[in-house]
Design a protein around this ligand. Structure first.
Ligand code: C2E
Ligand code: CA
Ligand code: CA
Ligand code: CA
Length: 274
């Protein structure tokens, strides 16, 4: 009825209002250089040493407070700001990783939105340029993309992925298990590593089927000689289980939350002084 319609309209309006505000504030945040990058350690589960970092965007707005990347990234994908944001994280994380090489030879994992690949030639050129400018060796860059990239694949995509791989860049499939692709299919597309989404790691203790799924992914990855990172490891049992089932790398609050570059440097120094 009439009331139902206006109720729907109100919540819809609120939603639109929030998006409009975020749009304006995000533009501003970019021009005021308010976007920060945090880094979360990726560990070798056997030695418990930090072998990599994942760069994660952080935005705290003066009025709205902390806005989660789960909210502003999808928005940026719609309004086109993702290209600018993606460039900020690429530039800064590569530069940071280059300076960390003097402490330890770690890999920098950077998230790339499928939308960024719509201008694949520019993206490819920019990656090559940033590596040259920052001096980060190509084999220290790990590009995390999701399976959605492969859905409406353009003809140039496979060529581009092969090119990046041939430079030495590692290509990883992020959020594995939430998408659609078969492992064997991903391997054809130059992916050498996959990250099991934290939703599965999270539910392993309570759900037999999730535990079975994780075990099956690990077994398949092994037979295809793909590396695996488990994300969202929060307790020791998860770490032990994953390691004993052949998962080489892990990331999660058990080891560290995402932290500032300064705090991450501290973690590396402590590790190297052991
Ligand atoms: P993601 O790529 O799956 O990143 C992992 C998310 O899990 C991060 O959330 C991280 O903080 C969180 N996480 C890691 N370990 C744990 C844990 O043990 N427990 C829990 N509860 N969470 C854990 P975050 O930083 O909020 O990022 C959310 C998503 O936003 C990312 O998911 C990614 O899809 C996107 N994102 C973040 N930064 C960027 C970026 O620079 N570019 C793009 N394109 N996307 C980004
Ligand atoms: Ca990721
Ligand atoms: Ca994930
Ligand atoms: Ca993701």
């Amino acid at each position: 009825g009439r009331n139902g319609f206006s109720f729907y309209n109100d919540s819809m309006n609120q939603d639109i209002q929030r998006k409009l505000t975020l749009n304006v504030r995000l533009h501003q945040a970019i021009s005021l250089d308010d976007i920060e990058i945090y880094y979360q350690p990726i560990l070798d589960l056997a030695s418990r040493k930090i072998i990599g970092a994942e760069a994660l965007m952080r935005w705290t707005d003066s009025e709205l407070g902390v806005v989660s990347p789960d909210e502003f990234i999808p928005l940026a994908e719609k309004n086109g700001l993702i290209h600018k944001l993606g460039d900020i994280v690429l530039q800064r994380a590569c530069s940071q990783a280059a300076s960390w090489q003097s402490i330890t030879p770690l890999k920098m994992a950077i998230n790339f939105s499928s939308v960024q690949f719509r201008y694949s030639e520019q993206l490819q050129a920019r990656i090559v340029e940033v590596l040259a400018q920052t001096g980060l060796p190509a084999d220290k860059l790990d590009m995390e993309v999701t399976e959605s990239l492969l859905i409406d694949q353009e003809s140039g995509l496979m060529t581009m992925l092969a090119y990046l791989k041939q430079l030495g860049i590692e290509m990883s499939i992020d959020d594995f298990g939430t998408g659609y692709s078969a492992l064997s299919y991903l391997q054809k597309f130059s992916f050498s590593k996959l990250k099991i989404d934290r939703a599965f790691i999270n539910k392993m203790a309570s759900s037999k089927s999730d535990k079975a799924l994780v075990t099956a992914i690990l077994a398949m990855a092994k037979s295809l000689e793909m590396k695996v990172v488990a994300e969202g490891i929060e307790d020791e049992q998860q770490a032990q289980f994953l390691q004993s089932h052949g998962c080489e790398f892990g990331q999660g609050y058990l080891f560290s939350r995402p932290v500032t570059a300064e705090a991450f440097t501290q973690l590396l120094m402590e590790q190297e002084s052991l």
